[in-house]
Design a protein around this ligand. Structure first.
Ligand code: GLU
Length: 505
């Protein structure tokens, strides 16, 4: 039997989750769900200095909004918990010491000043200081130190760290599910700090220990972690543990195609880089989020899925379930994926057309209320049906269909000059009389009556329809004229025709 698939999304709660982080979570989720696996959320909060109030809630709310369900996590629990590293503090020391015992790690007592001096010495010779095989025997650490001295130093609780002893003269062949084999010369590695004397592990140690204890089968994460892969593989080897499989996702690039899309790009480039709006707890600044900008989570998910992955054919529209079925790591690209804000809008347009009318009515009523417009759900629905095709967002409805809610106060001047001729007053007045006298009124009835009148009077449609539109809408836009009449009703239609004659005549 093959090992069960267990993946984890392991963000650090240092601020709002970047949209790239959502993509990482999504790819993990799709991979796991396609294999009946589990998706685990682990909060990597060992760096207390960078902890940001509210970030964990934000991460969880973002995943929920996208429909990424967490099987095990800080709120859900699970038998491999706790799922917050700050609550696992006690676990890590033992593993760091285990590596020291096995000869794969050592205590280092170098002070910050000592390390600074070394750095400056190296720089003055045009070199970079790397703490590793090349100089570790001459630095202030436990290598070659007798047990007595070491014990004394540790007891006096000098500021010490535990460093990994990276092997010398080895060629490592690392395997990545997306990038294939990567060869690394271990001599270029530095002896990374694994554990600090304040009792906290560093990211590297905590991450490996937790992935092992949580039985993570596949580590799927951003390309920025690729440089850590050699160390991580060596850590597994040193512990004598089976390493998970690794897959490093391509970078997300700015729309222009150059440079990584960063957290700071957001409001600067004119589109959100966060899933939800984020209010900075320190200075109160607000960064835009896709949810608040009116995006459907389905659109965001569909867009993110195609950011670095493709199904191998031209298909673009995918719901979450379908994505779980078709997603494979083999179809993830190596090269960076350009973030295209127009494309995500395009997806939103698509999902807006798919959304149920009742959902749209609910959302639209909120917009209307905030604009102090009160109409029945039935009326809102009729408007939506006529204009949704032209909208990317529910927020566009009012812009596209404001005239449904208010008699035009002004008329487009250029259009009026062009469309309102000598005898237009007469036509519009006569049509007004005709419509006012109808015992029943609907878009179909008004259409057949007006068209008949045009034919009977031997007039061209081009003489009558444009002024009618101008009278009803105030400009030359909007859906089918008779559909507008049907929605605003007989009385309002007639009133608008009368008013236009008054103002434009
Ligand atoms: N805590 C790391 C981060 O914030 C996790 C990296 C990993 O997935 O190994 O991205």
């Amino acid at each position: 039997m093959s090992t069960p698939v267990r993946v984890r999304f392991a963000p650090s709660p240092t601020g709002p989750l970047h949209i790239g982080g959502v993509r990482t979570a999504l790819f993990n989720y799709l991979f796991a769900k396609g294999k009946n696996g589990k998706f685990i959320l682990r909060i990597e909060d060992t760096d207390q200095n960078r902890y940001v109030e509210g970030a964990e809630d934000y991460i969880i709310e973002s995943l929920n909004w996208c429909g990424i369900t967490i099987d095990e996590g800080p709120r859900e629990g699970g038998d491999k918990g706790p799922y917050r590293q700050s609550e696992r503090k006690e676990i890590y020391r033992k593993y760091a010491e285990m590596l020291v015992e096995k000869g794969h790690a050592y205590y280092a007592f170098d002070t910050a000043e000592e390390l600074d001096t070394r750095r400056q010495e190296a720089e003055s010779l045009g070199n970079t200081f790397i703490y590793n095989w090349y100089n570790r025997d001459h630095l202030n650490n436990s290598l070659g130190m007798d047990q007595e001295t070491l014990k004394g130093k540790l007891e006096n609780s000098d500021n010490y760290v535990i460093r990994f002893k990276a092997p010398k003269d080895e060629t490592l062949v690392l395997k990545d599910r997306i990038r294939g084999e990567i060869t690394i010369d271990t001599n270029i590695l530095d002896d990374k700090v694994l554990f600090k004397s304040d009792g906290m592990p560093t990211y590297h140690l905590a991450n490996i220990v937790d992935d092992h204890l949580m039985e993570i089968s596949h580590v799927i994460r951003g390309e920025e972690w690729l440089p850590s892969l050699a160390l991580h593989v060596l850590l597994y080897r040193s512990f004598g543990w089976q390493a998970p499989e690794f897959a490093h996702l391509p970078l997300i690039l700015k729309p222009a195609g150059k440079g990584k899309l960063s957290k700071r790009d957001g409001d600067k480039l004119g589109f959100p880089v966060f899933p939800l709006e984020w209010k900075d707890p320190k200075d109160g600044t607000v960064s835009a989020g896709y949810r608040e900008e009116g995006y459907f989570p389905e659109a965001v998910v569909n867009f993110l899925a195609l950011l670095g992955w493709n199904p191998g054919d031209e298909r673009e529209i995918f719901g979450m379930e379908e994505l779980c079925d078709v997603f494979t790591l083999e179809k993830v690209n190596k090269s960076g994926a350009r973030f295209d804000p127009d494309k995500i809008k395009w997806f939103n347009h698509h999902y807006l057309q798919q959304a149920s009318v009742s959902e749209l009515v609910d959302r639209f009523q909120k917009v209307l209320k905030s604009n102090r417009i009160e109409v029945s759900d039935d009326f809102a629905e009729k408007v939506i049906v006529l204009i949704r095709e032209r909208a990317d967002f529910v927020g566009d409805f009012l812009e596209l269909g404001g005239f449904f809610f208010e008699t035009p106060q002004t008329y487009d001047e250029k259009a009026a000059r062009k469309q309102w001729k000598e005898d237009t007053n007469r036509y519009i007045n006569e049509i007004g009389d005709l419509l006012a006298g109808l015992p029943e009124f609907s878009s179909e009835i008004s259409e057949s009556v007006v068209k008949q009148w045009i034919t009977d009077n031997e007039l061209g449609f081009g003489k009558v329809m444009p002024p009618l539109r101008l009278a009803l809408v105030g400009e030359m836009k909007g859906p089918h004229i008779f559909d507008i009449m049907g929605v605003i009703g007989q009385e309002e239609t007639v009133a608008r025709l009368r008013r236009a004659v008054e103002v434009l005549g």
